[in-house]
Design a protein around this ligand. Structure first.
Ligand code: HEC
Length: 294
């Protein structure tokens, strides 16, 4: 199994070892090494500290006027507009598992298997697929800058935010009884446990105990439904650090970085598998829609 996953990761890496070794962000102060020690169990997992309470208060206030709405509105325009070399809209061509053009409830049934693409796809991957196959955009152009930064937000982020809004307050329902989805789940689960890299970290090093935290951040235990939903909730999310709208795929990619792994390829099997594991673990729990992250 280890070999299989290593091979799979290896095959999907964008720049392989080169990218891994030149860690662009040279250890923000004591970043890497002490991280292992910094991952420590808080004495009582459910006792919320002042900072957490303060943030939750702030988030509750912000959610009344969630900046995510701006991205959602843009996404709606882009969903409905005829765009791309083929000049068609996603609304008239893209099937997100609920029928062509339908967005209600689509976010919470992903990842799912699509026969037309012969792949298990998380929602973002599926929308990218539609943009390429139906509208004629080039995958490489989208993958060049798939995530927002302080200068710009890619269309795909707006679109994902728009679709996600239409699953607000719905129960997560990843179709785990589909054998292909089940396979992706199992691979994702093994990936989460796979230790490698300069610090021999796996996702689970940081995310499989209750009440773990790094510096100020509480780290959800993604191996339980209650923990997994915390890692699903609020994505896509408006991140106050940097003031940008980011997707669940971004979150996965950034945790590969924290893990000191080479970056996974955008919209790849690797990310879809991990998301299948994490979102599938949260099955049956309620998704509250795009949110705010600190
Ligand atoms: C070195 C420790 C570390 C490793 C390894 C790590 N993460 Fe994380 N993860 C974090 C930290 C720290 C945060 C919070 C970051 C923030 O909010 O700025 C986080 C956040 C997350 C979140 C979002 C939680 C939320 O509240 O929304 C998810 C989901 C997640 N990680 C999944 C993963 C997965 C999957 C992997 C394996 C590919 C992984 N992480 C590997 C440290 C780690």
């Amino acid at each position: 199994m280890k070999r299989l996953i290593a091979g799979m990761l290896g095959g999907l890496l964008v720049m392989g070892g080169a990218a891994a070794q030149t860690d662009k962000k040279p250890a923000s102060k004591p970043a890497a090494k002490p991280a292992a020690q910094a991952v420590q169990a808080a004495p009582a997992a459910e006792v919320k500290d002042a900072a957490t309470l303060e943030f939750e208060k702030f988030r509750a206030e912000m959610e009344d006027s969630n900046p995510a709405e701006l991205f959602e509105m843009k996404g709606e325009e882009q969903w409905k507009a005829k765009r791309g070399p083929k000049n068609v809209s996603l609304a008239e061509s893209c099937d997100l598992g609920k029928g062509v053009g339908q967005v209600a409830g689509a976010y919470v049934i992903h990842p799912r298997y699509y026969a037309d693409a012969n792949a298990v796809m998380d929602l973002e991957r599926r929308v990218v697929w539609c943009m390429v196959e139906k509208q004629g955009f080039k995958f490489d152009d989208i993958a060049k800058k798939p995530f927002a930064d302080s200068n710009s937000t890619p269309d795909i982020t707006n679109l994902v935010t728009y679709v996600a809004t239409h699953s607000k307050n719905m129960k997560i329902a990843v179709p785990l009884d589909d054998p292909k989805v089940r396979d992706a789940f199992e691979t994702g689960k093994a990936m989460a446990a796979y230790r490698a890299g300069p610090y021999d970290f796996s996702c689970n090093t940081c995310h499989s105990g209750d009440g773990k935290r790094i510096r100020m951040q509480q780290l959800p235990n993604i191996s339980t439904p209650e923990g997994a939903i915390k890692g699903v909730q609020g994505w896509p999310g408006y991140r106050m650090t940097g003031g940008v709208m980011l997707t669940h795929q971004w979150r996965m990619t950034d945790c590969f970085r924290q893990q000191r792994f080479p970056q996974p390829k955008y919209a790849s099997d690797a990310i879809a598998n991990l998301l299948t594991y994490m979102i599938g673990t949260a099955n049956g729990l309620e998704y509250k829609g795009p949110g705010i992250k600190r």
